[in-house]
Design a protein around this ligand. Structure first.
Ligand SMILES: Nc1ncnc2c1ncn2[C@@H]1O[C@H](COP(=O)(O)OP(=O)(O)O)[C@@H](O)[C@H]1O
Ligand SMILES: [Mg+2]
Length: 230
């Protein structure tokens, strides 16, 4: 089997004034070489699930395995290393550092893997150029369009050549043309034998994934249109 990420009985509760069950007993296996979309109404648990997959947030119960190894969510040092080497994350708001240029934003992510500055800068240049933005290396995020910012954020996610790419509504802030462009990049990434998981409100893009996971109220409602019993 080609399971790269395996989720067993994942639940996540947020306790504020009352208890919010953001994820309820999620079981799912994600395979390498496939692209998955997560759809569902606002508040259905898409971002919570992606935050657990990116090892940023800790499940209340259940087990996450990556490459066959159980994740210890209390081992932050190890999880930071796993994230830096194996997981690229793309957000709706790009999350670029405003006081750093495009090139610096991308090369800083390379430094997280203990590369030296020169190697990291060269790889950042290459990755940005591959996404068609070699003329924007010295621009700051405020000097780039939304689509350009997102391509820089994708370059940042790719610089360490991670096997796993997670994207939370990556085209949510973009006009249709830029969204299509960004989405095409995500689809192309599949060719390099990766696992790609993205949350989206865009049905057109969701349809292009290999597997569509529909969430509702913290549960998986359907997989590729097939209703799941919960
Ligand atoms: N940090 C948090 N604290 C409290 N409640 C949260 C937090 N993050 C998410 N939630 C709640 O968990 C539920 C799922 O949210 P989320 O995963 O963001 O949904 P989606 O991404 O599908 O819109 C919602 O009810 C939301 O209000
Ligand atoms: Mg969300």
């Amino acid at each position: 089997m080609n399971n790269l990420i395996s989720l067993k009985k994942i639940s996540k509760n947020f306790i504020l004034n009352n208890k919010i069950k953001a994820l309820r007993n999620i079981n799912f296996d994600f395979e390498l070489g496939k692209i998955y979309s997560i759809v569902g109404p606002s508040g259905s648990g898409k971002s919570t699930l992606l935050n657990i997959l990116s090892l940023i947030d800790k499940p209340s119960s259940g087990n996450v395995k990556i490459d066959g190894k159980s994740i210890d969510f209390n081992n932050h040092d190890l999880n930071d290393k796993i994230r830096a080497s194996s997981i690229g994350i793309i957000y709706q708001n790009y999350n670029l550092l405003p006081d750093f240029t495009a090139l610096e934003n991308v090369s800083l992510a390379g430094l997280a893997l203990n590369k030296n500055n020169k190697i990291s800068l060269n790889e950042a240049k290459k990755t940005i150029s591959n996404l068609g933005l070699s003329k924007r290396l010295d621009h700051f995020p405020s000097e780039l369009s939304g689509g350009e910012n997102q391509r820089i954020a994708i370059a940042r996610a790719l610089i360490n050549k991670p096997k796993i790419i997670l994207a939370d509504e990556p085209t949510g802030n973009l006009d249709h043309k830029s969204a299509k462009n960004v989405f095409k990049i995500l689809l192309d990434l599949k060719k390099s034998n990766r696992l790609i998981i993205f949350a989206t409100h865009n049905r057109e893009f969701a349809k292009l994934s290999d597997c569509k996971i529909e969430m509702i109220d913290g549960n998986i409602k359907s997989i590729n249109g097939k209703i799941q019993s919960v």
